[in-house]
Design a protein around this ligand. Sequence first.
Ligand code: FAD
Length: 570
Amino acid sequence: MAICNGRSGQLETVDADILVVGSGAAGLSAAVHAAMAGANVLVIDKGIIGKSGSTVSAVQSAAAGKWSTAQDSLEAYCRDLLASGKGLSDPQLVHTFVDHLERVLDQLIAWGLQLDRDASGEIVRTEAAGHAFARSISAAGGNTGRALLKTLIRQANRLPKLGKMPFTACVQLLVRQQQISGALVYDLLHNRFRLIRCKSLILATGGIGQLYHVTTNPQQATADGFALALRAGVRLIDMEQVQFYPTSLVVPHHAKGFCLSFYHFAKVYNARAERIMQRYDPVRLENVPRDAICYAIAKEIREGRCTPQRGLLLDVSEHVQRVRTWFPHEYKFLRQLGIRLEAEPVEIAPAAHFMMGGARINRAAMTHIEQLYAVGETAGGLHGANRLANNALPECLVFGAIAGESAARYARTASHFNDVDGEMLWATVHRYEAIVSRGAAAPEQALRPFHWKQQIQRTMTEHVSVLRDESGLRAAEQHLRDLSEQWAEVRVSGFPHRLAKDFLEMLEVENMLLTARAIAAAARAREETRGAHVRLDHPDSSPQLVRVEVQQVEGRLEVRRQLQAEGGNR
Ligand SMILES: Cc1cc2nc3c(=O)[nH]c(=O)nc-3n(C[C@H](O)[C@H](O)[C@H](O)COP(=O)(O)OP(=O)(O)OC[C@H]3O[C@@H](n4cnc5c(N)ncnc54)[C@H](O)[C@@H]3O)c2cc1C
């Protein structure tokens, strides 16, 4: 593959007041609010704008103020969030989130979002575990994420100052003297690097699901933003806090990770035909919160009482009509796969679902690097040790809006772009050129990025999942370090006239490796059980509340444990 503008060439340079990386709910919310405030905005995405990432799959959003139930209050919502975060949610972020949610929803409605309503015209509001009131709303009959994206794209198309660049991957954040100056990006359609200079950069690259063998997340969730942030010196918090969805399809392979929401009225069996919840929770059986059933399923799999595909069996044959009524799209999808719930159980396992941790941000969604923001799943601190159902979409909308508006205010006062560190920029370009030039030799025998992806997934699934212990975490860290060293042998072949898939995969593997190492290191530093996982060697929660922070300093990952006051001060 030729890198057209390599060693001798000049990089094509694009200028924008604000560069938004990622076009899910968080990125598009940021872009639209920034452009509405008068800034010149450019959104890039390594996939199709507004159609890649996790947002498209989301079903419901929590609401506040007039969009929630009349008995609800902002105080009650804050209480629920703080309780669910188990001491790790940042109260400042919690209050900011709840305070801004109503006005952000107002704006979406004004831009044309239509909420689902019942026969009498009332907004449908449903209950969800952990929320004291029925505050979950939806749009487009439960295709809420898709409806939000459509509304945001429609609004974006009305804004002449908002540009979009699809199939453009962010390769490196350019930081100079603790201030953002732009990003090195790669145009995957034309196989070339570009420099984008900006006054502010908003990182909205979504989650990390692809680090695991089974995930509910789409293929783009390769942890890019976490690694980009680490390389830029950003502090990440709570990286050990990965949320798993308990009952996701294991087979068929192409539907792996699809979430089945009806487990609370089904029965879960292990490979010995034992109904496992009779042992783990004989009173409530399967009708328990996600983390409890996740633990039980994960334990059965770890101890080998599982299918050859490392799954358990979910039997809902006595309540198929309930599935048809309450979860019609799940019923339909299973039928399309040839699975008849009346006749056979479904093979399931916990799947990596959501990253609670991420870039440490302040109330304006800015990291400690000047004018570098992080929003949506890439940011940490709001959900603490456990995200409540339907709180991810509104997080994206609120902090996207706040970051966009803050960056636009800055753009009005900043007269020039921060200088770009040319040495850093060209060193990166040359490094990738060197890797690509190795690729031509013997691609059919070569180790491809894909092989690393599989190895990372195996290690993370085995040692850094729901159940963890010191020796497994050490083994994972060692294996991930080994994989980083073997990376020198990677071969990347290119397809000059097609999407540069191998090149993108190479970038993704580097991001996955670094983020996986940060997660494993943070998980080992949390010597207690809190939130989404169980430390088998430390099964209880410690009375001392500790926050784990990871930062890359001079090429090395540094892990810090910081004592917190209850409620998680900053
Ligand atoms: C199956 C499923 C169901 C869910 N259901 C719900 C629900 O009902 N309610 C709820 O609140 N939450 C739900 N969630 C969680 C929620 O959907 C996500 O947390 C949220 O949508 C994340 O939005 P985001 O904008 O941060 O990232 P995403 O929507 O994932 O978007 C990130 C974008 O960044 C792009 N990108 C990544 N790396 C790069 C790079 N290097 N360069 C350029 N672009 C890049 C990606 O292509 C993608 O388009 C669900 C998640 C899943 C997977």
